[in-house]
Design a protein around this ligand. Sequence first.
Ligand code: ARG
Length: 461
Amino acid sequence: SSNMMWGGRFSTSPDAVMEAINASIDVDRRLAAQDIAGSRAHSDMLAACGIITAADRDAIHAGLAQVEREIADGTFAYSTALEDIHMNIEARLKEIVGAPAGRLHTARSRNDQVAVDFRLFVREACDRTAAQILKLQRALLAQAEAHADTVMPGFTHLQSAQPVTFGHHMLAYVNMLDRDRARFIDARARMNRCPLGAAALAGTSFPIDRHMTAKALGFDGPTRNSLDSVSARDFALEFLSAAAICAVNLSRLAEEIVIWMTPQFGFVKLSDRWTTGSSIMPQKKNPDAAELVRGKSGRVIGQLNTLLVLMKGLPLTYSKDMQEDKEALFDAADTIELCLEATAGMVADMTPVAEKMAAAAGAGFATATDLADWLVRVLGLPFRDAHHVTGRIVALAEAKGCDLAALALADLQGVEPRITADIFEVLTVESSVASRTSFGGTAPQNVRAEIAHWRDVLARE
Ligand code: ARG
């Protein structure tokens, strides 16, 4: 039989492969709730504007409620022949309520219908993702609070650079994630305009009230151009961009957890809940969750690319290519949410090993900058000269196979005769971090002030 929606123009059924390539129901069935919400708002508006009767509206509402129940209890029969979620729901509505179902699509096209459904979904995804980010920020903040004074090596080039505190390091991610969260909040605000009522592309001759449907669906108002309304997918691109950036930030933290978990570093421990064993090597405790967060970031980046490439050549307005947008977005939204949850779980579970980190913080002449700063502050050396003197002292320590603090005063004076014994006070990792009191620096007193700041910020969310 020919299609129930456009059968008037068609006399034979589609080829089976045509049906297979055309159908999106396996993917867009996830838009059922949004589709029903859109139809409720649309039918209310049609009745309020005198385009359908109150009786039709009531029948449509009753039928949609039954469809909703059938979907919830798993008895709804999805059909590939009916292509997508919009036609599946409308066809079932017709079976339930008859003629009024046919009036629901007045002044509407699947083009504005899918645009509103998808916006509703992406808007919710923004809210969910922002909430997950907040949970992760709280987990990081709790670690920062517990370890405001715990010294660890700070790295550049993955080489020990200067001592910092673990709390400071945790707060770096709190800052990064706050920008990630803001990106989702901004994207949501920008996408919150309702395309419903643009109809196929040109608007409609029916006396509809787009402000009414926009309000009913929680939008700030209707979109202003019917062509743009059905063409735009940049709201989904913004979500994917924010998700890709967030995924990259998570991947960097995951990479650090992987490094910290190695027996060679041993900076943190994860419990059995967040690690896996090896089927052959009994000693292993692998940070699989962290590796998967790192790995899955590639999926999110890939889905951003999928939609960018999908859209780049499309003329206005709708082309069927755009049906491919949902799979990309759903996958990225699921992935970023799962990665955020897993990262929050790992961060909460993580036990820093203070002794290991302190030992590593002192290794590699990590207080060489403190020594140079002392030469500037106490002896009045220009920093460049102090750097040179310190370099010679580091070379000496390296030749002797000892730390800077283990050199004898006579050794230091052999390089720079004016050095006095109180230089040793700045060579410990504790004094090094305590001295970094510049705004944004790692001194524990700063870290505690920042913790208070972030506690306030996050409490307001
Ligand atoms: N399933 C379609 C999609 O997701 C709905 C819109 C169909 N519109 C059309 N003109 N064929 O894009």
